[in-house]
Structure formats: C-alpha cells, structure tokens
Design a protein around this ligand. Structure first.
Ligand SMILES: [Zn+2]
Ligand SMILES: [Zn+2]
Length: 228
C-alpha cells in the first residue's frame, strides 16, 4: 500500500507526499517550506527526495529551501542551472530514492515538464504522477495509484468563452492542461482493475466541477476516485 498525502493542489500551489512505510517522497514543492515541514510532521530531513515537475512557481516554490536542508531535489534541466544543488532528470533514466524507483518522462506543457512512474520496491506498488500536461503521454499498465491532473472540462470552458472569457486565455488552458474528457477517454481504453486509488489534482477554480469529475472517472474505471 502507498500513502498519499495532499499538502496543496491547484494553481496556488502543489505538493504531495507519497510514502510506502519505509521512505517518503515529496512530489512538487509549490508551497512554503513552512507548510512542507508541517505536512511532513517536521521530519523534512527524513524525506528520501523531492521530484519537481517543472519551473512554474506553483510547483517549484520551495526548491532552494529543500536543497539548503540537504534534501535530494530532482528538476528538469532548465531549472538545474538556476538552482544550486539540484540534479536534472534524464528522460526515461531511472532514479533510486530510498525504496522508490522513479522513471521520469516528458509531458506536454509550455515549459519543460516531467511526469513520473514511481515504483516502491518495498510494497511493489506503482504510482503515476502527471500534472500540467495537455494529454496523457503513454499507455501505462499495471498501475496501482494515479495522481493525475483533471484541470478543466471542455464544456465548462466553452460555456465561459460564450459568456465572454478571453479566447486566447482559454486556448492557453487547452494547450497546457488536462481536460477531464481526455482523462475519461484515456481510462476508458485502459485496464484499471489494478487501481487502488485515483487522485484527481490541479483542478481549476473556474473551469472544473469536482463532484462531476470524480463521478465521471469513477464510472469509467470502477476505482475509488478522490479529488486532491
Ligand atoms: Zn501548475
Ligand atoms: Zn505549469
């Protein structure tokens, strides 16, 4: 079993803790060091490492605080030069952090952005973390936990454009974030019988409907679905 703890999710900040009973990983650090420390029950030094998806502040805010505290922080190459002590990912090359084996892969955003397949060697569980991605990059099999962006709904966004939302802004959302419809179609084609939990994250304040999103994904997967 994996333990997933949401510290923050959405455009104001993203940070999640994943634990397997032996080690703990921090996924994104888009909140203050204070809030991360509190979320770790003040045991920051016990983190096996931190994985930062991309440079946007809502994912990377506390990077320098983490490296200063001696935490291993992995970042995309464009961030590594700007943040002393961080290590860059190489696409599809494994990283070992504590009892976790991590495979980073690129996703489609407006800056260099990575998703992760994270396997616990302690429990055998596999988790996918994908956020700030305009679509799912691969067909992942045998996944036990999903932490995936469901940023907006095409219907809600279209309605907002009709009501006067700037079309350029709407197009930017479409090009850089995940629609619940895309996620629904993705899961419909996939065998999700191994899924213990699906967490939907980074929901937009204006362009989403948490209860509807949860129900849509639950219907196509039959898995327990939670909104971060
Ligand atoms: Zn974001
Ligand atoms: Zn972003």
């Amino acid at each position: 079993m994996l333990d997933i703890k949401v510290l923050a999710s959405g455009s104001k900040g993203n940070a999640y803790l994943v634990g397997d009973g032996k080690s703990r990983l921090l996924l994104d650090a888009g909140i203050s060091m204070q809030r991360i420390a509190e979320g770790c029950d003040w045991k920051v030094s016990e983190l096996a490492g931190a994985l930062i998806t991309h440079a946007h502040d809502d994912h990377s805010h506390a990077v320098d605080d983490l490296t200063r505290r001696g935490i291993k922080v992995y970042v995309p190459l464009d961030m590594a030069a700007k943040h002393d002590g961080t290590k860059p990912y190489v696409s599809l090359v494994n990283i070992t952090l504590g009892t976790f084996d991590v495979v980073p892969f690129k996703v489609d955003h407006d800056v260099l952005c990575y998703g992760f397949r994270i396997k616990s060697v302690a429990t055998g569980d596999q988790l996918i973390y994908i956020t700030d991605a305009a679509g799912m990059p691969y067909r992942f099999e045998d996944i036990n936990y999903w932490l995936v962006e469901a940023n907006y709904s095409v219907d809600i966004l279209d309605k907002r454009v009709e009501e006067g939302m700037d079309r350029t802004r709407a197009n930017r959302v479409v090009k850089t974030h995940m629609a619940v419809e895309d996620l629904e179609a993705y899961f419909e084609e996939l065998d999700t019988s191994m899924a213990n939990a699906i967490w939907l994250c980074h929901l937009s304040d204006d362009n989403s409907d948490a209860e509807d999103f949860r129900e849509r994904i639950r219907r196509v997967t039959g898995a327990p679905v939670y909104v971060a």
